[in-house]
Design a protein. Sequence first.
Length: 216
Amino acid sequence: MTSRIPSKILSFCKECAHSLSNLRENQERIEYTQELLPRLLRDTPLFGTILRDLIVKREYPDLNYPTMFDSEFMLYTDPDRLFSMRMFIWEPGAYDPIHDHNSWGVIGPVTGQLEVITYRREDDGSREGYADLIETGRKIILPGDTYFVLPLNTGIHRTGNPGNETIIQVSIYGEAQTTRNHINGFDLELKSVYPIYAPKTKKRLLAQQALNYIEM
Ligand SMILES: [Fe+2]
């Protein structure tokens, strides 16, 4: 797939990988990425080219990459798993479910306004399937600006598009800080927590459950 990645994305990601590999603390990695990412976010023509090529040539980004969300496109995965870079396309009023991440992340819009709503978990996680969240803030991130999220319970949030145009978000996520094969989704009203699996993982789990029944 390397040959199909636009050269600007490739050189940006190589620079990012080189620097991140020399930084040890999450905080340093976040600060570095927050400095670097706006350069890419301001390159609207590059994203115009990516979207035009995606519609016409259908080669990049790889539409078969099994992302968690339908609105998500994988732009780059670092061969040493130091980070990944993803694009999200949000229609007017579209938001992802409240969720956490397995890593730190730096996110920002290329176009439009991106809303980030943050939550704090009030329960201790000891009750299976139960989670009590309270909203802690709402922020509008403008093109060229970024926002960072922290892993697991320290970074529970949802993002989306409060405006009237379809917008582009780019996210860089660091290496996984957990061996979990899912992220957590949360329902504020039902006070519940549930796993969100990537499609391939979900299919293997379903197959395993059906097999357990056959073998019973
Ligand atoms: Fe997120």
